[in-house]
Design a protein around this ligand. Structure first.
Ligand code: GLA
Length: 423
């Protein structure tokens, strides 16, 4: 191998002088930078990523998948965003309007992701702008693997490019799925996407949709995930795991999902939440009693409340479930404690969540086929038995009076009674 000839000693001297000057200029400019940064802390380059303060309470919004699957379009999303406002969902706290799978069709010659031009004729930025004009936030979906679950282009190898594109569109929330990820390492893949989102400079919520396979509750917060799915997909039924049409296993009913949350409560907190999947409330497969239970349990679990029904066409009963402010307040409590199952006797269960003011939100759940009395002992809530506490029914919006040691109520089959217990 031939090396270039070494520089003459003259050239060496000139290079040394040049380097000396370069070092002086460098030193002066870093001193100037430090000085400017101290004078104006907002301008200081910061080690804190733009995402650090996102989702301090569980995210609330709407997502297209549970009702519309691949049938997404600009018109539908715009009208749904309108409905979030008109229905009072926005006032109740729902802010994200999230487009799930199938908005994307290909990549262009430069590798940029291309939105379906038929279904999104004005492009994704226009959709985002419209959502923002209503005071709402904009979410999209992609996948850490080569293809999404519906076979659209995934993010693998395009993470930084996609993150920049999302930021340019004004995206506030990314749900990142796990189909076609082959032998990828889950933790590394999601850490990479978070780094890419942070590098875009825009604060973007990262929703890890890995279905709990690699126990994301153990590493999700560390890699900057704001929420992580703990299970496979929910389906609009009360109980029973069902095989998918391709024979693979399995979707979950509400109770199957709830059972898979037991023991995960310590991993959740402000900015990083266990995600038992999106809501099915209003999609038609359950009774209103079951939907009320579904919503109450999600609130006790401090779960993200991402509605998945057609908000343009809601029965009043469904509207009243989704916008029950007392139940939403349980979910959104600032201390960010996830509730847990504190008692179980066959089909009868008690779930309790500690609130910021020291009170407890309590769900009395009857999984059985007939109405039954369900009781909660104060000891199960971490209170002394001789304590007198006020009990309020969060669905009837009614104070029930003071109780000492325990409270019980008659609970419908597949129903809940949800109360607050306040010493
Ligand atoms: C997976 C996810 C779902 C949904 C679909 C879209 O199944 O778990 O929530 O996003 O993909 O294809």
């Amino acid at each position: 191998m031939r090396f270039p000839p070494s520089p003459t000693s003259d050239t060496n001297i000139r290079m040394n002088v040049c380097m000396k000057w370069a070092r002086i200029v460098l030193a002066l400019s870093s001193t100037l930078l430090i000085f400017l940064a101290a004078a104006n802390p907002q301008a200081a380059p910061s080690a804190v990523p733009p995402s650090a303060n996102l989702a301090l309470t569980p995210p609330m919004g709407w997502n297209s998948w549970n009702k519309f699957a691949c049938n997404v379009s600009e018109d539908m999303i715009r009208s749904m965003a309108d409905a979030v406002v008109k229905s009072g969902m926005k006032d109740a706290g729902y802010v994200y309007v999230n487009i799930d799978d199938c908005w994307q069709v290909s990549r262009d010659a430069n590798g940029n992701i291309v939105a379906d031009p038929q279904r999104f004729p004005h492009g994704m930025k226009a959709v985002g702008d419209y959502i923002h004009s209503l005071g709402l936030k904009f979410g999209v979906y992609s996948d850490a693997g080569s293809k999404t679950c519906a076979g659209r282009p995934g993010g693998l190898g395009h993470e930084y490019q996609d993150a920049l594109q999302y930021a340019a569109w004004g995206v506030d929330y990314l749900k990142y799925d796990w189909c076609n990820a082959s032998t990828q390492d889950a933790r590394a893949s999601y850490a990479n996407m978070r780094a890419a989102l942070d590098a875009s400079g825009r604060p973007i919520v990262l929703s890890i949709c890995e279905w709990g396979t690699a126990k994301p509750w153990l590493w999700g917060a560390e890699v900057g995930g704001n929420l992580w799915r703990t299970t496979g997909d929910i389906q609009d039924h009360w109980s029973g795991r069902k095989k998918w049409s391709d024979g693979s296993c399995c979707s979950n009913g509400v109770l199957d999902i709830v059972d898979q949350q037991v023991g995960l409560q310590s991993y959740a907190g402000p900015g990083h939440w266990n995600d038992p999947d999106m809501l099915e409330v209003g999609n038609g497969g359950m009774t209103d009693t079951e939907y009320r239970s579904h919503f109450s349990l999600w609130a006790i679990l401090a779960a993200p409340l991402i509605a998945g029904n057609d908000l343009r066409d809601m029965r009043p009963e469904i509207h009243d479930i989704l916008t029950n402010k007392e139940v939403i307040a349980v979910d959104q409590d600032a201390v960010g404690r996830e509730g847990e199952r504190v008692a179980k006797n066959g089909d009868l269960e008690v779930w309790s969540k500690q609130m910021k003011d020291g009170s407890r939100a309590v769900v009395l759940l009857n999984r059985g086929g007939s109405e039954q009395e369900v009781g909660v002992k104060w000891e199960d809530l971490g209170y002394p038995g001789n304590l007198s506490a006020s009990v309020r029914d969060l669905w009837q919006h009614k104070d029930l009076g003071k109780f000492t040691g325990r409270f019980s109520a008659s609970v419908a089959s597949h129903g809940v009674v949800m109360v607050s217990v306040k010493p």
